[in-house]
Ligand binder design. Structure first.
Ligand code: NAP
Length: 284
């Protein structure tokens, strides 16, 4: 039987509507309008589009758009000063430094300057530590979006065999931590994993976050498994994931498409994180 296809756009819409309602209630109760400061350095066209989408989504959710655009040749100390100013500004609930930044800037140093309570991308070492320790904090958006998709379809995670392919700080490691917190039995695969398909075939829940077009085919998937494809790869056939969609849909129980699966969830979870940050700053 063919897999049920997960509609990431529809689920993201629901999350965004819920965030908008929660923001309105928070503002009515506290008088505080949550604000997101997106920081774009330079004029990379792809980054400009991503930031514009995030800003539009903010406004739609009732979150203040506190964008800053810095020149491509801005000095490191000027970006540092801007981030420090945003950290200190009580109107700013969340700070998002759009990556990549121009090569003359030290991206890691800049990210680490962001106050962990405003780190809506969940990328600082403190946020990563809070995630590993399971204490309240801001979780990275794409990994949270993966869990949200699974929860929406009521995929049982407790005791499930979960396999994550990819171990980046951005996706693979945090998604594995989130699955572990939900009491899945988690295996992380990477480029040195021996017999990848033998490992992934054990998975009740399979997450692909690799960046290799159609790496995982039908023989990588256990019949009936829930498969979430985080990969976004530009090919001659257009955007494709890390999963061979046409082959795997005949084997899996649930499957995300690319595009229209995980992608739309990232902005939705960014909005939710901005509200969580606003609450954290009020000690809620
Ligand atoms: P990344 O930093 O390049 O990490 C890729 C991971 O895949 C690494 O851990 C690497 O292993 C592993 N890997 C590479 N080739 C492999 C192979 N043949 N077999 C098994 N593992 C292999 O990438 P990323 O930032 O995590 O992103 C992964 C994908 O997700 C990309 O396509 C990216 O565009 C997409 N993405 C999508 C969203 C979204 O919103 N939907 C957000 C972020 C990323 P090693 O560690 O051993 O090198």
């Amino acid at each position: 039987m063919a897999a049920t296809i997960i509609d990431g756009r529809a689920i993201a819409r629901q999350v965004r509507d819920q965030v908008a309602a929660d923001v309105a209630a928070f503002t009515a109760e506290t008088g505080v309008v949550p604000g997101l400061a997106t920081v774009l350095v330079g004029d990379d066209p792809a980054s400009a589009v991503y930031v514009a989408n995030k800003r539009r989504a903010c406004v739609e959710a009732g979150i203040a758009d506190l964008h800053r655009h810095l020149l491509a040749d801005v000095a490191q100390e000027d970006v540092v000063a801007q981030l420090q100013e945003l950290n200190a500004d009580p109107q700013v609930s969340g700070i998002l430094l759009q990556l990549p930044v121009p090569r003359h800037l030290d991206a890691n140093l800049l990210v680490e300057l962001i106050s962990p309570d405003k780190d809506v991308d969940g990328l600082t070492a403190v946020s990563a530590g809070r995630l590993v320790q399971g204490v309240p904090g801001l979780r990275p958006c794409t990994p949270s979006g993966v869990i949200e998709l699974l929860d929406h379809h009521e995929v049982p995670l407790e005791g499930a065999e979960a396999v994550v392919v990819g171990r980046s700080d951005l996706v693979g490691k945090p998604v594995a931590q989130l699955l572990l917190q939900r009491n899945a039995t988690v295996t992380i695969c990477h480029s040195r994993t021996r017999d990848l398909n033998a490992v992934t075939r054990r998975a009740d829940v399979l997450i692909a976050a690799v960046g290799v077009p159609r790496l995982l085919g039908a023989d990588a998937v256990k019949p009936g498994a829930a498969v979430v494809d985080v990969g976004i790869n530009r090919t001659d056939d257009g955007l494709v994931g890390d999963v061979d969609f046409d082959a795997v849909r005949e084997v899996a129980g649930l499957l995300t498409p690319v595009p229209g699966g995980v992608g739309p969830m990232t902005i939705a979870l960014l909005l939710r994180n901005t509200l969580i940050a606003a609450r954290l700053q009020r000690g809620v």
